[in-house]
Design a protein around this ligand. Structure first.
Ligand SMILES: Nc1ncnc2c1ncn2[C@@H]1O[C@H](COP(=O)(O)OP(=O)(O)OP(=O)(O)O)[C@@H](O)[C@H]1O
Length: 238
């Protein structure tokens, strides 16, 4: 199969575990290049665990999963960084390094992912900061930025290696509604330029405002609005 036309994420009969507990089973879905997909479900339903499986933070024991051209079951510890260069991860809490500037936070990731040339690093940092509207903040410390601005730095960090897909876990969770909306617009802009997005969220207001395909974790399964329509809140089939 031609890789350029294959999905960015493809899961067949996948199970997701935390320790010995099965959190989700029989998970089947594809995410195509450039697609935007929400991931919803009650607290504890398995959204974060599913995302962690997709970015190889949790091991895959059951089923077949491919992400950004990597077959997860066959991935060795050494190969994980290569997968991570093809994807962008945005965590619930910002996880910026607070002892260094915005630019240094980004340089840290570039160095860790093999960018040896200082001027190319500078160039890339200025490009991603421009992309998220923070080009004037390169030399600020994270604590000098608002919550929304810090989250933009996190998005910039996730974009450094031009990922095929962004995995975002509740990226607007800690932000007030107006700022959450700004961050959502940024995700949509990034998506419009061709990067797929899988975004876990509890924010149904945002989903209603920007309707897209929805995957819902429910009773140990993942249901897909592409396969069957369901009510967002109750999960009842429509
Ligand atoms: N590190 C862990 N070790 C053991 N069990 C865990 C761990 N993290 C999560 N779990 C359990 O796995 C289940 C799914 O949790 P998960 O965090 O994936 O849900 P979630 O849908 O992302 O929830 P939330 O919306 O609150 O973030 C829960 O029962 C949780 O208690």
């Amino acid at each position: 199969m031609n890789f350029s036309s294959s999905p960015v994420v493809s899961l067949r009969d996948v199970a997701v575990y935390q320790d010995v507990n099965t959190i989700l089973s029989n998970v089947n879905f594809d995410i195509e290049k450039g697609e935007f997909v929400y991931l919803v479900g009650r607290t504890g339903s398995g959204k974060s665990s599913l995302l962690k499986t997709l970015y190889a933070d949790l091991p895959l024991y059951t089923g077949v999963a491919a992400v950004a051209g990597f077959t997860l079951a066959k991935l060795s510890r050494k190969q994980v960084p290569f997968l991570r260069r093809k994807i962008g991860i945005i965590f619930q809490d910002f996880q910026l390094l607070f002892d260094r500037t915005v630019a240094e936070n980004l340089a840290f990731v570039l160095k860790a992912t093999g960018w040896r040339n200082t001027s190319k690093r500078k160039q890339r940092i200025s490009e991603v900061l421009m992309r998220v509207g923070l080009d004037a903040s390169a030399n600020k410390m994270p604590h000098q930025l608002s919550g929304g601005e810090q989250q933009r730095v996190v998005v910039a960090r996730a974009l450094l290696n031009e990922p095929l897909i962004l995995f975002a876990d509740e990226p607007t969770g800690n932000l007030d509604p107006a700022v959450a909306d700004d961050i959502m617009s940024l995700f949509l802009e990034i998506n419009n330029s061709g990067t797929a997005v899988l975004m876990a969220t509890h924010n149904y207001e945002i989903i209603n405002r920007y309707p897209k395909r929805v995957l819902k974790c429910e009773n140990g399964r993942v249901i897909d609005s592409k396969e069957e329509a369901f009510d967002l809140v109750s999960g009842y089939r429509l």
